[in-house]
Design a protein around this ligand. Structure first.
Ligand SMILES: Cc1cc2nc3c(=O)[nH]c(=O)nc-3n(C[C@H](O)[C@H](O)[C@H](O)COP(=O)(O)OP(=O)(O)OC[C@H]3O[C@@H](n4cnc5c(N)ncnc54)[C@H](O)[C@@H]3O)c2cc1C
Length: 330
């Protein structure tokens, strides 16, 4: 058994200082991911810094119609906050379609953004995995890769990013706010998640001791009719094979604005900018939605078991755009 020490931070400054002075430390929020990884021997901190007593659990409305979500706000509280459910239904749905009610009651927003991928080859602790042991290879490339990514992959890693809510946050230009030893930062959510490239072990741009304090989502009237559709092997307690956060604004039958991001298919929550560009000015109908999705998926690099995701993602995207246009609840 490995010894593990525990501290409880009372303030953001104390949490950052405790972490900064101990390079073998990790923050502990709900523990639904960190404790699993410690038990599996994938994460090996010597010192857990409990941040649950920090005053970061609020969900506030911003004057521009946006949201300020505390890093320690629990997934279920955020999903049900009136400002989220009314003005950003895709964010609310993405949260409610994730994990289980018990996990959502424990799991924090900051922890959700930092959760590790669900690749079985990372988690088994023995297979070649460039995330766990850089340079060891990627067993998923030729292995069982049905759940793996088709966008943003590299020859070193094809693990799909697991978060649902991150997909909706990326679609609506959320910003991750942090406090670290060098001060405060505001990181666009799209830049918060790193592509694997040659360094799949680096998943986010945070330095050691840098604490996520919150997530700001700018006001976006288009988001009022946004949807989040999630397709998976079973209806609860399961990660997405394909998911879509979508919002579309139609004026005189043409697309005036669109926000689109995909989950389950990318090595990071995938903002579908090519599809968005293809949609603007197009006639708002299913053919245009399918065409736009196809433009995004041209870059897809499927593997042996996950080629089905290309067509799946195309159809899911078209369906999500159609539902957003009609204002139909997912
Ligand atoms: C069975 C199961 C099913 C799941 N299904 C889904 C799903 O369908 N969709 C989905 O999106 N998620 C799913 N999850 C993941 C779940 O949402 C995450 O485990 C959870 O959000 C992590 O939050 P936490 O507070 O428990 O983080 P912790 O486990 O406490 O921490 C996770 C990581 O984040 C770091 N961390 C935590 N807070 C901060 C902070 N404020 N600043 C910096 N670093 C921080 C920790 O050091 C650790 O590295 C599932 C999890 C389980 C166990």
């Amino acid at each position: 058994m490995r010894p593990l020490s525990y501290s409880r931070a009372a303030t953001v400054e104390e949490a950052v200082a405790l972490a900064t002075e101990d390079p073998a430390s990790a923050f502990l929020a709900g523990g639904t991911n960190e404790v699993d990884l410690i038990r599996a021997g994938i994460a090996e901190p010597d010192h857990l810094i409990d941040i649950n007593h920090l005053p970061l659990a609020g969900v506030e409305d911003l004057p521009d119609g946006g949201l300020r979500i505390g890093a320690l706000a629990r997934m279920s509280d955020v999903a049900r906050a009136p400002g989220v459910a009314e003005r950003f239904p895709a964010i609310s749905s993405a949260l409610l379609l994730g994990a289980s009610e018990q996990i959502r009651n424990m799991a924090s927003m900051g922890g959700n953004l930092r959760q590790r991928v669900r690749c079985a080859y990372l988690r088994d602790g023995v297979s070649p995995c460039n995330k766990r042991a850089p340079g060891s290879g990627c067993a998923a490339l030729e292995g069982l890769n049905r759940g793996h990514a088709i966008l943003g992959t590299s020859e070193h890693c094809i693990a799909a990013h697991p978060s649902d809510v991150a997909v909706a946050l990326v679609a609506f230009d959320a910003v991750v706010r942090t406090v670290g030893p060098d001060g405060e930062r505001a990181i666009p959510a799209d830049d918060f998640f790193l592509l694997p490239g040659d360094t799949p072990e680096l998943e986010h741009p945070l330095g050691h001791g840098e604490l996520i304090v919150g997530i700001d989502v700018p006001g976006a009237p288009i988001a009022r009719r946004s949807v989040y559709l999630k397709f998976r092997d079973r209806q609860s307690y399961e990660f997405a094979l394909v998911s879509v956060a979508a919002a579309v604004e139609v004026v005189d039958g043409a697309v005036a604005d669109a926000r689109l991001a995909l989950g389950g298919v990318g090595t990071k929550p995938w903002r579908a900018r090519r599809a968005e560009a293809a949609l603007i000015g197009a006639r708002a109908d299913e053919a245009a939605f399918v065409h736009a999705a196809g433009a995004e998926l041209e870059a897809a690099l499927p593997r042996r078991h996950n080629a089905f995701k290309v067509e799946f993602a195309r159809r899911a995207t078209a369906r999500a755009l159609g539902q957003s246009m009609r204002g139909v609840e997912p």
